[in-house]
Design a protein around this ligand. Structure first.
Ligand SMILES: [Zn+2]
Length: 286
């Protein structure tokens, strides 16, 4: 690990990946840097490396030893930290439950919609409260009708198909508070509502990225059929980890292909860039 005196050279990246340790641990040349934010510390250090000629910052969402449960992740610090080192496009791989029988374990879905059923999470930078550093952001209502970056979604789908993985194009991710899995009744309800997959971390990650004018794309790997469609005892952590372990290598290849195919920072022409046109934010984005 480098000391803080060395960070100027190594501490920059244009693309962020928030995921498990499997995504950076195989890189030969990573630089680990601790980053602080006005919202506190992110889940872990940022790990800087190069993929397909692009500078990438990896952040283990649950910490490197997977010790932070979904409802206690400091999502605001995570996204802020990434933006502060230059990141403008974020890929967010995550494990989800499938809510339809055809979305069985091993399915990769790139959602285009999101339903928030979380309860206790700080999900805005514009909450009308002064920050610890004295900055008072304005009240801002951010456009979120389409919560994911259309460019990032297209790139992710193409990357998956390039690896012969027929990813599902679109669908709704419902995000629950966790850390427990759903009851059968909840799961049947989510499925009956027409939603596609259920996860615990996709929100507020997506909205905070949008508030920081970052492009955010979710790559949702189905590890189980949620409780409503399970005939056995419901979702178990062991099963989730088994399927994730089987597929993680493949998902990593897809992610790296996607990293190489994302537009340059200055060439983004999606809605994410101009989402705050006409608003006075009352704070500087890092
Ligand atoms: Zn975008």
């Amino acid at each position: 690990m480098l000391g803080m005196t060395d960070v100027d050279v190594d501490m920059n990246a244009e693309i962020g990946v928030i995921g498990g340790s499997g995504f950076y641990s195989f890189l030969e040349d990573v630089t680990e840097v601790e980053v602080d934010t006005p919202y506190g510390s992110p889940s872990d250090s940022l790990f800087f490396g190069e993929v397909a000629g692009r500078r990438v910052a990896f952040l283990p969402r649950h910490g490197r030893s997977h010790h932070i449960p979904p409802h206690r992740i400091n999502y605001r610090a995570n996204l802020w930290a990434l933006r502060s080192v230059g990141v403008r496009q974020v890929l967010g791989p995550c494990a989800v439950g499938g809510l339809r029988p055809e979305y069985g374990p091993g399915t990769l879905l790139v959602p285009d919609q999101l339903v928030d059923r979380t309860k206790t999470r700080a999900q805005t930078y514009f909450d009308g409260e002064p920050r610890a550093d004295g900055v008072v952001p304005n009240v801002v209502h951010t456009t979120f009708a389409d919560p994911y970056c259309p460019t990032g979604r297209a790139v992710a789908l193409k990357a998956a198909r390039g690896r012969d993985w027929e990813a599902v194009d679109g669908g709704t991710m419902v995000v629950i508070e966790g850390p427990r899995f759903s009851t059968r009744a909840e799961s049947r309800w989510h499925a009956a509502a027409g939603w596609s997959v259920v996860g615990m971390t996709g929100h507020p990650e997506a909205v905070l990225a949008r508030e920081l004018e970052l492009c955010y794309t979710s790559l949702s790997l189905v590890t189980d059929l949620d409780a409503g469609t399970e005939t056995g005892e419901g979702v178990s952590h062991t099963e989730v980890m088994r399927v994730f372990g089987e597929k993680v290598g493949e998902l990593r290849k897809v992610l790296f292909d996607a990293v190489g195919a994302l537009p340059a920072t200055g060439e983004r022409d999606c809605l994410c860039v101009s989402v705050h046109e006409g608003w006075k934010l009352g704070m500087e984005l890092p």
